[in-house]
Write a protein that binds this ligand. Sequence first.
Ligand SMILES: [Zn+2]
Length: 256
Amino acid sequence: MAVDPLVVGGALLVGLAFGSFLNVCIVRLPHDGSLLRPPSSCPHCHARIAWRDNIPVVSWLLLRGRCRHCGGPISAQYPLIELLVGVLWAGAALAWGPTLHALAGAVFGTILLGITVTDARHLLIPDEFTWGGLVLGLAFALGGGGPALVQALLGAAAGFVLLYAIAVIGQWVFKEEAMGGGDIKMMAMVGAFVGWRGVLLTVFLGALLGTLIFVPLTLRKKRLVPFGVFLALGAAAAFVAGDAIVTWYSEFLRGF
Ligand SMILES: [Zn+2]
């Protein structure tokens, strides 16, 4: 089924706008800042940023990554996040058409990206992403854009209980906090979007990726693991290809 290019283009524009909002969340939520006040301002000269200088991606390019008032550099993270979210929303529209499921996928992906950035930079997963995302996930399930409501509730419970158990066992084995409360709340949110099977797949993929990518790095220098980053990657895979992966794995097992 071909998707109307207008729908994809519209999703791209809406995604760019949400990317702009996600930037505000990423910068302010780790510091418990309000999302609405104060209005956007230059980090160097604190001049207010006018709406025409706040157009996703375009303004940053036109101003060559500098503040209009003081010429101070504006991080490339802003247009990059905007572009990523824009492409994410367009991709969801392309994959699933103008459906509630596509919207759920776009919102889920946007939240996962926010978690990835805040966890990687601050080892912190804001409640707005986890509890807020949980509410959205359940709402999508209720509206028919996600798994059945019972599945979503089971998924949220499974995510919470499983990660809580891992945290308790980790504490007992390693005598230190191995898993933060943010990861536990995050997996409750993920479960609402992907159901309990998706939760198992997410944790499996997250642990696999974390082991492959991060353990070689941490062996040399002891440091905290932003496990939410790997869970986010696993959750995205579970949402997009969960059924296919589970089917493939069952076939694979049958081969023995
Ligand atoms: Zn400035």
